[in-house]
Design a protein around this ligand. Structure first.
Ligand SMILES: [Zn+2]
Length: 148
């Protein structure tokens, strides 16, 4: 089904996700690494990116190494092994909470709705206007329920 552009009434509108796909070139180099490149139009309307976990995981790893080195030094210098163990877990738990938990809640609260919106966006090829098509009233979607 085509949705006419609300701005100029042009019929040549296209789903942004489809336009993005058609204007994205993907290939693998001789080492098998994946690459992609977009046309200017596609990169302008690229999908929202989720927060990745790789660098955050690495940061947690190094923070916990740092925490354990610090805790070991503390237990040797100050002879407070319990406190140093507690410190280590606070550093580890805190970094997991802030780095991993922060990314997780960002992805759930910000990225997923943004992605859903991006997937329902249309672009007009006549004037470049982007819009989310609305189906009018609910009776258009559920004709049997409208009379209930
Ligand atoms: Zn238009």
């Amino acid at each position: 089904m085509a949705y006419p552009c609300p701005q100029c009434n042009d019929q040549s509108t296209q789903r942004i996700s489809l336009m993005y796909d058609l204007n994205t070139r993907r290939w693998k180099d001789h080492l098998g690494r994946a690459h992609s490149s977009q046309s200017d139009l596609a990169s302008k309307y690229s999908p929202p990116q989720p927060r990745g976990y790789f660098w955050r995981g690495l940061a947690v790893f190094f923070l916990s190494l740092l925490g354990s080195a610090f805790a070991r030094a503390m237990s040797q210098e100050l002879h407070m092994p319990l406190l140093s163990v507690a410190l280590f877990w606070i550093v580890l738990g805190g970094s997991v909470y802030w780095l991993i938990g922060g990314a997780k809640s960002y992805n759930a609260k910000v990225w997923q709705p943004a992605m859903r919106e991006w997937e329902s966006l249309f672009i007009c090829r006549g004037c470049g206007y982007t819009f989310v098509p609305r189906c009018g009233t609910t009776s258009d979607i559920h004709p049997d329920r409208a009379h209930a």
